[in-house]
Structures are given as structure tokens and as C-alpha cells.
Design a protein around this ligand. Structure first.
Ligand SMILES: *Cc1c(COP(=O)(O)O)cnc(C)c1O
Length: 472
């Protein structure tokens, strides 16, 4: 070891010296004493490793090494103060982006969350009788009124809803499902696995592309607890196909006294066919067709918070509510407040399409999107981000999030090309900003899709491009 290294090692600050220095200078954000101590130890250790590796060229004086370490400790603490769960701008054109938090909440929902969670609430308190109430009662009325269901229950997400229903109705017995409907959603939700977890036995019938009523009928026996239909919410089977209409399945179930469950996935209450989109099965139609129990997500096409809605016949829901698993999957007050604030919009369906961002994004006419794209392009050009060229392009957005699979929605995008950075580098620079802007990358460009952007975000996109272009 050379002399310089030896001197530097000898001059490394002690932990107490460091703490004293940090206290005196007061340049650190607050943190528990023990944590600061352990960061001091870490920082000194890191410095020691750099010195030994010879990868450090600094003034070896004790004060300078102490300063270096103090800066490192202050940085570690500042880093903890920077909150990680942040707002991002979704410029990807994927409307229900599971990685970006699926459905943005509407103003009413956010206001309800704040009102109900800032102080106390009547979450489980019956205001008329002055005693214990049920947390589900708050959304029960709206859900039943909007869908025609007899009874409703809400849990954490749709995966939990499916698990809870299967566990209640089919533990130790058989559930008949078509081979064409054994879906996987986002990796962890797989029908056969959820079935296994609930203790129900999966009884597959039919084939991937064709399942007939006779297939279901042939599988019904003394062990059958449920006939189950799963909405193929993120893929389509096309070509030589056949599936059984829900009404026929319900009639079959009735004949054999077996209940019919539908896992709808996306809880669509508004006919999107009227806006030129593919038709998703509507919750109220599934209820009207006689399904005994129906489940769907709160944060897909419904446009609300993460939640799992269970609708169905009163005697079935009474059993589901009594299941002790329900307690483990129970929904919290903030979600309930947001769900109620979302559902109330559906009393005015046109208002819902206007005020719920998911529905507005999906149904906005292509020429409106194009108009907004031209406006944003003018704003961006005026800001002159360094070394970038920008053009408008026709492209396609996606619904995403297990809704409207394969549906390409016409849109207008701004394709940005940097003369200094690869598109991947530019996309990364945009991700690293205080308010990250998430974009698609396509052949030498980054793509900013107007369909998922709202007016309030234009300035953020502009500032992001300017900052990324300046390379700071
Ligand atoms: C999305 C989906 C689920 C899972 O719902 P989460 O709310 O994400 O838990 C289950 N089944 C189907 C058919 C779905 O589309």
C-alpha cells in the first residue's frame, strides 16, 4: 500500500466526529439518530473502499475527507425524503395502463376520499339507528340501482372477488369452465391458479376455440358447484369458434340447480359501441341475463379506484359476506369513498363519459384528438427544445388493462426525434424528471399520444422536452 492511501485511511473521520459536524452545520434534513449513524458508517465504509481501490483523487486532509462523507450522508437522507410514488404523465396512448395506476380518479372521487379520510366518517356506523353499520352499505344502493343486481359487495380487487366467491361457493367441489376462457391477467391472475387457491376443482370443458352447451351439460354431476364464464378480457379467439351464450348457460344451470358465475373483468356500464368501439359485455346485461353472481374490477372501464365488485342474488351474497376470508380482503374507506364518487356519475351516463377520464379518453373523436395534437405541437415548437424535430402522425391508441383486446383506436401523436440522443435515451431522460413523462418508442422516434394526455399536462410535456433536450 502506498503512503497516500495509508494517510487517507488514517484520516478517515470517526463516526462521532461526523455526527458532531453534521449537527453543527445543520444542513441535513430530519432523520432518526440511529439511521444517521448507520448512514455515517456506510459512507465511511464506501470511502474506505474507494481509497483501497485507488479510485479516488481528492485532498487527503482529514477535513476534506470529513466533508466528503458528510455530503454523502446528507444525500442519503435527502434521498429518503424524496417520495417515490409520484404523478407521471401518461403519453403512451394506453388508456388503462396497469403499470401507471390504471384509471385516473375523477374530481368527485378525489374530493370524497379527502373528505372521508381526513377526519372521521360513518364507515361502519348507522347514522339512523346510532349503532354499528356495514361498510358495504354505502355503495350497495348505487351498485344495485345501476346494474339491477339484488345485492352487492366490494373487496380489494377483482382477483380477490373471484377468490372469495369460489372459496364460498365451490371449496372442495367442481367449477365448470370452458377451455377457451382459462385466462391469465397480468401474470399473477390465472384462472386455474385462483381456482386451486380457493380449494375449488377446475373442470375444463370444450376446446380452446369451441365449447358447446352439451360440453357443460356433460360435465354436470353431484360434485358441480358452479358453471363459470370468464370474460376473455385481454385476448380474442377468432376464426372457427363457438361459445355458449350466457342466457343458455343460465337456463342449463337452472335445470340442474347449479349457480352460474361470470367473471367479467372489466366493469363496463356504458355501451361503447355507440362511440365506434368494440362492444364489451355490459354489467347490467349480464345481470339481466340471469347470472347468479358477477365480478368485475373497479379500476378498468368503470374508471374508479382499485376494487373488486361482487354482484348477485341475495342468498349467495349473504353467504359470501359471512366468509371469514372477506375480512382479509376488505376494502378501505378511501377506496369506498372513491368508488362512491365514481359510481354517482353513472346516474347521468353522458356525464360519465365526459367526467370519467378513462371513458373520455376512449371515446374522444379522432378529429378532436388531432386538433389537440396540433395545439400541443405549436406549444412544443414555440418552446424550441434543443436538437429536436417534431411531426404529427396518425397512429393507434390502446385500451389496455384487460379491456377491449385487440382494439386499435385511431389517434394522432407527436413523433419527436432528438438529433443528439437515441429515442431510448430520450425516453429515459423523460422518465428521470421530477414529473416523469412516459412515452412509447417507435423507429427512431419517441411517440407522444394525445389520447391519454389532458390539457393540464401540456405544460409538463413542454417543460420535460426542454429539460431533457438541455441535457441537465
Ligand atoms: C382484470 C381481470 C381480473 C383481475 O382483476 P384485478 O382487479 O386486476 O384484480 C380477473 N379476471 C378478469 C377476466 C379480468 O379481466
Amino acid at each position: 500500500m502506498d503512503d497516500l492511501k495509508r494517510t487517507m485511511l488514517a484520516n478517515l473521520p470517526g463516526i462521532d466526529t461526523l455526527l458532531l459536524k453534521l449537527d453543527k452545520e445543520g444542513r441535513m434534513k430530519p432523520a432518526p439518530r440511529e439511521l444517521v449513524k448507520s448512514f455515517c458508517r456506510e459512507a465511511v465504509e464506501e470511502l474506505r473502499r474507494h481509497i483501497l481501490a485507488g479510485s479516488l483523487t481528492v485532498d487527503p486532509a482529514p477535513e476534506s475527507l470529513a466533508e466528503l462523507t458528510a455530503v454523502a450522508v446528507a444525500q442519503k437522507i435527502a434521498d429518503l425524503h424524496r417520495l417515490r410514488l409520484r404523478k407521471v404523465v401518461n403519453a403512451t396512448g394506453v388508456v388503462l395502463h396497469t403499470n401507471l395506476g390504471r384509471a385516473p380518479l375523477c374530481r368527485e372521487a378525489v374530493a370524497r376520499v379527502r373528505l372521508v379520510s381526513e377526519g372521521y366518517s360513518n364507515l361502519e356506523y348507522d347514522l339512523e339507528r346510532g349503532n354499528r353499520g356495514l361498510r358495504y352499505d354505502h355503495v350497495h344502493r348505487l351498485l344495485c340501482a345501476l346494474t339491477g343486481a339484488e345485492d352487492a359487495l366490494v373487496v380489494n380487487n377483482n382477483a380477490a372477488a373471484v377468490l372469495l366467491v369460489l372459496d364460498t361457493l365451490a371449496r372442495g367441489r367442481e367449477v365448470v369452465v370452458s377451455r377457451g376462457e382459462l385466462v391469465e391477467i397480468g401474470g399473477e391472475f390465472r384462472v386455474p391458479d385462483v381456482m386451486a387457491k380457493s380449494g375449488a376443482r377446475l373442470r375444463e370443458v370444450g376446446t380452446t376455440n369451441r365449447t358447446r352447451l352439451a360440453d357443460y351439460e356433460g360435465a354436470i354431476g353431484p360434485e358441480t358447484a358452479l358453471l363459470m364464464k370468464v370474460h376473455t378480457s385481454n385476448y380474442r379467439i377468432v376464426g372457427f369458434t363457438e361459445e355458449v351464450a350466457l342466457g343458455d348457460l343460465v337456463r342449463l344451470g337452472r335445470r340442474h340447480a347449479v349457480s352460474v358465475m361470470v367473471d367479467l373483468g372489466s366493469g363496463c356500464l356504458i355501451d361503447l359501441g355507440r362511440y365506434g368501439l368494440a362492444k364489451e359485455p355490459l354489467v347490467q346485461e349480464v345481470v339481466a341475463a340471469g347470472a347468479d353472481v358477477v365480478t368485475f374490477s373497479g379500476d378498468k372501464l368503470l374508471g374508479g379506484p382499485q376494487a373488486g365488485v361482487i354482484l348477485g342474488r341475495a342468498e349467495i351474497l349473504a353467504r359470501v359476506k359471512k366468509n371469514s376470508l372477506n375480512r382479509a380482503l376488505r376494502i378501505d374507506k378511501m377506496t369506498l369513498a372513491a368508488l362512491e364518487g365514481t359510481l354517482v356519475h353513472y346516474l347521468d351516463p353522458e356525464g360519465a363519459v365526459r367526467d370519467l377520464r378513462v371513458l373520455r379518453s376512449l371515446t374522444e373523436a379522432p378529429e378532436e384528438v388531432a386538433k389537440r395534437a396540433r395545439r400541443l405541437l405549436r406549444i412544443l415548437r414555440r418552446a424550441k427544445p434543443e436538437g429536436m424535430t417534431m411531426v404529427l402522425r396518425k397512429d393507434f391508441s390502446m385500451a389496455g388493462g384487460g379491456s377491449l383486446p385487440g382494439e386499435a383506436i385511431p389517434t394522432t401523436v407527436i413523433a419527436v426525434r432528438s438529433l443528439k440522443m437515441t429515442p431510448a435515451r430520450l425516453a429515459e431522460a423523460l422518465r428521470r424528471l421530477e414529473t416523469p413523462v412516459i412515452v412509447r418508442v417507435a423507429d427512431e422516434h419517441i411517440i407522444i399520444d394525445l389520447r391519454t394526455l389532458v390539457e393540464d399536462e401540456y405544460a409538463l410535456v413542454r417543460d420535460a422536452l426542454v429539460e431533457a433536450g438541455s441535457g441537465r
